[in-house]
Design a protein. Sequence first.
Length: 280
Amino acid sequence: MKDILSEIIAHKRIEIEQQKQAVSLSQLQEQAAAMMQEAVGTGASGTTPVRSMKRALANSSSGIIAEFKRRSPSKGWIKESAQADLIPPAYETAGASALSILTDEKFFGGTLRDIRTARPLVNIPILRKDFIIDKYQLLQARIVGADAVLLIAACLTPDECHTLTMQAHELGLEVLLEVHSTSELSYIYKETDMVGVNNRNLGSFVTNIENSFRIAEELKNAVAEIDFQTPPLLVSESGISHPETIRELRSTGFRGFLMGETFMRTDDPGSTLEELIHGI
């Protein structure tokens, strides 16, 4: 079976190097520093998330992280003409707790411009969903207005994941750590903000919602063994399409539910989200 994740990461390394040739790391650092200084000037801390995704999910009755994505490596185009100035605001109006916006262009048809477009139109937290392997991508996320970033255990060593987590926090970004199996629970550190269980196999991209239920207990045990100031919020990602599934996942400890295709495949993603929330 073709390993899609390996292909994505190989391309991502090339992509980042090309981006660095166009805009240097030091240039991005200067832009991010200016933004953080501006935040301090308004009375806020430059390293405190402008909008806490963790807090938004904890305070939400639904916990829905509504995803904006145009395509998938395994299924092709989902909604090629999707507009970032229309669907994210519709998600917020419908009751989404947070947004996930895909920024990978080659495999998912996304771009950083999608976050930049949506940011002034919504007030809820935005997660930059991408395959993050370099601090450069964290700086990009901060500059375009993301509030949180996804770090995928399968893409990183534990040390790399911890380093990127700390660098994200220095930039005022929260981190959603994504795991797929119990073997990756060692990636959870006391600084981890949120832990997401991906129900999609990143090698084959086959989805099975049972993955969240299967490792929920061990995940909670792993979290209980770490001396957190505040425990990470647990998120179930992908393969969720029914209100009853959300209720079942919530009973096992999950408080966030990342959903995309269920909405994006319909003519009106916002209305589809609203109907689902009413069913919860």
